[in-house]
Design a protein around this ligand. Structure first.
Ligand SMILES: Cc1cc2nc3c(=O)[nH]c(=O)nc-3n(C[C@H](O)[C@H](O)[C@H](O)COP(=O)(O)OP(=O)(O)OC[C@H]3O[C@@H](n4cnc5c(N)ncnc54)[C@H](O)[C@@H]3O)c2cc1C
Length: 98
């Protein structure tokens, strides 16, 4: 499974196409690198599940400032941080380190 079929993060992180293309590249490279399909899929799954999970984590991080009811002090600080267009542009549709 790859692209949206494997993992869908909330849309505001703008990573859907990047992730689908990265998944396609990763599975091609894994199939070239390993002698068996099973090993290639295990390698691919390990790499891309980590990446997918990091996107979901990033979506949660970005999503905190969109909540109608901001609950904690940390969430209120996040909301303040993302009130500027510069902050939104800096952290949206860019890959995060994982
Ligand atoms: C309104 C909207 C805006 C978006 N904006 C952005 C953005 O700005 N940036 C970004 O990165 N991502 C964006 N996305 C997300 C992005 O489009 C997806 O994450 C990306 O297209 C996923 O690629 P995919 O190849 O996994 O799936 P898809 O692009 O959905 O491709 C799946 C393909 O399978 C075909 N298909 C389905 N069922 C069958 C079947 N039974 N047999 C044969 N073919 C079948 C479909 O017709 C489709 O062509 C947006 C999505 C939407 C809906």
């Amino acid at each position: 499974m790859l692209g949206d079929a494997a993992f869908v993060a909330r849309p505001h992180c703008g990573m859907g196409v990047t992730k689908a293309a990265g998944d396609a590249l990763a599975i091609t490279e894994a199939l070239e690198r390993h002698p068996s399909v099973e090993e290639a899929l295990a390698d691919y799954s390990e790499q891309r599940c980590r990446f997918g999970a990091s996107i979901v984590q990033h979506a949660r991080h970005l999503g905190a400032y969109m909540q109608a009811q901001l609950k904690s002090e940390e969430e209120r600080e996040m909301a303040e941080l993302y009130r500027t267009p510069e902050a939104v542009m800096r952290e949206t549709a860019v890959p995060v380190k994982f």
